[in-house]
Design a protein around this ligand. Structure first.
Ligand SMILES: Cc1cc2nc3c(=O)[nH]c(=O)nc-3n(C[C@H](O)[C@H](O)[C@H](O)COP(=O)(O)OP(=O)(O)OC[C@H]3O[C@@H](n4cnc5c(N)ncnc54)[C@H](O)[C@@H]3O)c2cc1C
Length: 506
């Protein structure tokens, strides 16, 4: 995004010196940039793909304490996350919404109802809210009629929250920008530059036009997710990472009718899995498997695992991959702890530093502000002026979701802009606004992250492309060959990464 919030600026328009350069435009980098810009520092964030183009658009989209972390004794992480969840619910109501969970409990299952109630009492205590309660089997079935009834002893209900992960990243970047930061997508750090025993800047390549350039900075922050610790020229000292892939399937709510989140233990390995209504579809996940590199997409084995879990909990629905609308997969940047079971690895973040350099990886979407403030506290050891503000930033209400300028524009726009994109919670004006104002460079930026239409409609919304094409041609001056190229790129990418059938469509 450029200084005026519209269009994408190029490398050529950038100053050659910043106080701080952040590498990575996922939630970690965006959170750091937003917090750093508040200190008055000059900040540049660069992202080699689209903003939130990697893990931060492929999470389960839960803003949660993580009930399961209690079981593995990660008390601090759970407490921190629950507090963050509550802060975000209060400060970003347009983006983070309460989500009621129902967890059925079956005869002979461990943990049983009594243990679940104790765990939830602790969870409630941590969140200082008393939302959880137990219900009978009959009540559970009345609440969620599709549940497997045999052996059902009852259920527990509790609250967490959900968001749109890609939009959250974009909002943070817009806040950073409003405070004076620059943020560029499709700009890669090719080399970390050092001199006199410390990092002094980065060499950049603008992937949109091929231009290269160097930028100097007092401090460079590595927020490159799974690529953190492997940037060319970066100082050593980061943790060993264990990239863990997680995949999800999306179904229409007609095919998988849930009214709230339902979470249960997968019959194969007793890991918690869940399904919940998100943007008008049912979002179901997730897996937790070592990612050996290569394309990030759901494997056939993960698809089998997910379907097996669904068949156990919703046996009457008879769901298969043909019923799914789409899939998506992401890779968690998890700090390697040497555990045999991927799910037993800690989800805490790691922060490390060297002269002119701070790195941060691991952690969760939910705790982005905690990470950002820890990173700035570490940065302040080298440059005291970068110390984080004593108070958490209040989210700027005007920037939540698409913000007030969008709402004003939409009010006076024609009816066709307010028309709903059928089968989605979006209106056509949102596509136009994003194309005009939200640093869209490729069609997939628009359909997979500025809006999530490509995940909500069968075949990635291919049936809408003609009308989308008109908007792109008008707003981004794409000529016919460019549009054809973008259309083909989007459809190939969708089939490779988001089609529900891993083998048939790859
Ligand atoms: C399946 C799954 C489910 C999850 N569910 C949840 C959840 O429900 N709740 C929750 O709180 N957390 C969840 N998480 C965790 C959360 O999504 C991640 O912790 C978080 O998104 C990581 O953000 P990040 O910014 O560190 O990494 P990323 O989002 O991957 O961002 C790093 C960015 O750095 C960029 N980059 C790398 N190298 C360069 C370079 N040389 N130059 C420029 N840019 C570069 C990459 O392109 C990338 O976009 C989940 C994760 C996964 C995978």
């Amino acid at each position: 995004m450029s200084g005026n919030g519209c269009r994408r600026a190029g490398l050529a328009q950038l100053p050659r010196r910043f106080d701080l350069v952040v590498i990575g435009g996922g939630i970690t980098g965006a959170g750091i940039a937003a917090e750093a810009a508040r200190t008055g520092a000059s900040v540049l964030l660069v992202e080699q793909g689209d903003f939130a183009g990697a893990t931060s658009s492929a999470s389960s989209k839960l803003v949660h304490g993580g009930l399961r972390y209690l079981k593995s004794g990660q008390w601090r992480l759970t407490l921190e996350s629950v507090r963050e969840r509550n802060r975000l619910l209060r400060s970003r109501p347009a983006l983070v919404q309460r989500l009621r969970f129902l967890m059925p409990v079956y005869r002979g299952a461990r943990p049983g109802l009594a243990a679940m109630r104790v765990a939830l009492a602790i969870y409630d205590l941590m969140g200082r809210s008393w939302d959880s309660r137990a219900v009978s089997a009959a009540q559970a079935l009345a609440l969620e009629p599709g549940l497997a009834a045999e052996g059902l002893r009852g259920a527990v209900l509790y609250d967490d929250a959900q968001t749109d992960d890609a939009r959250l990243v974009l909002c943070l970047l817009q806040e950073a920008q409003a405070a004076g930061a620059a943020a560029l997508n499709y700009v890669r750090v090719e080399q970390v530059l050092s001199a006199g025993g410390g990092v002094r800047g980065v060499a950049l390549r603008d992937l949109a036009d091929g231009a290269g350039g160097e930028v100097e900075a007092d401090l460079v922050i590595d927020a490159a997710g799974v690529q953190a610790t492997s940037l060319p020229g970066a100082p050593a000292g980061g943790p060993a990472l264990r990239p863990l892939r997680g995949s999800h399937l999306l179904f229409s709510l007609e095919r998988l009718p849930v009214r709230r989140a339902v979470s249960w233990l997968h019959p194969r390995d007793r890991r918690p899995v869940f399904v919940y209504p998100w943007q008008g579809v049912a979002l179901y996940g997730t897996t937790d498997v070592d990612h050996a590199g290569g394309p990030v997409r759901m494997s056939a084995a993960e698809a089998d695992y997910l379907l097996e879990g669904l068949a156990r909990q919703f046996p009457r629905l008879g769901l298969g991959l043909d019923d799914a609308l789409a899939s998506f997969a992401g890779v968690r940047p998890v700090v390697a702890g040497g555990k045999a079971d991927p799910s037993a690895e800690s989800r805490e973040s790691a922060i490390w530093s060297a002269p002119g350099w701070v790195g941060a990886t691991g952690g969760k979407l939910t705790t982005f502000r905690v990470t950002a403030r820890q990173v700035l506290a570490e940065a302040a050891r080298q440059f005291p002026r970068l110390a984080p503000a004593p108070q958490y930033a209040a989210a700027a209400p005007a920037l939540q979701h698409r913000g007030e300028p969008f709402r004003q524009w939409l009010r006076q726009a024609g009816d066709s802009e307010r028309e709903a994109v059928a089968g989605t919670p979006y209106c056509w004006g949102e596509l136009r606004w994003s194309a005009r104002c939200e640093a869209v460079l490729h069609l997939d930026d628009l359909l997979l992250r500025r809006t999530r239409i490509g995940l909500l409609l069968a075949h990635g919304g291919a049936g809408l492309l003609e009308r989308v094409g008109m908007i792109c041609r008008e707003e981004m001056a794409w000529d016919q060959p460019r549009w054809q190229q973008e259309r083909a790129r989007y459809l190939v990418l969708w089939r490779a990464q988001h089609a529900p059938h891993p083998e048939r469509d790859a």
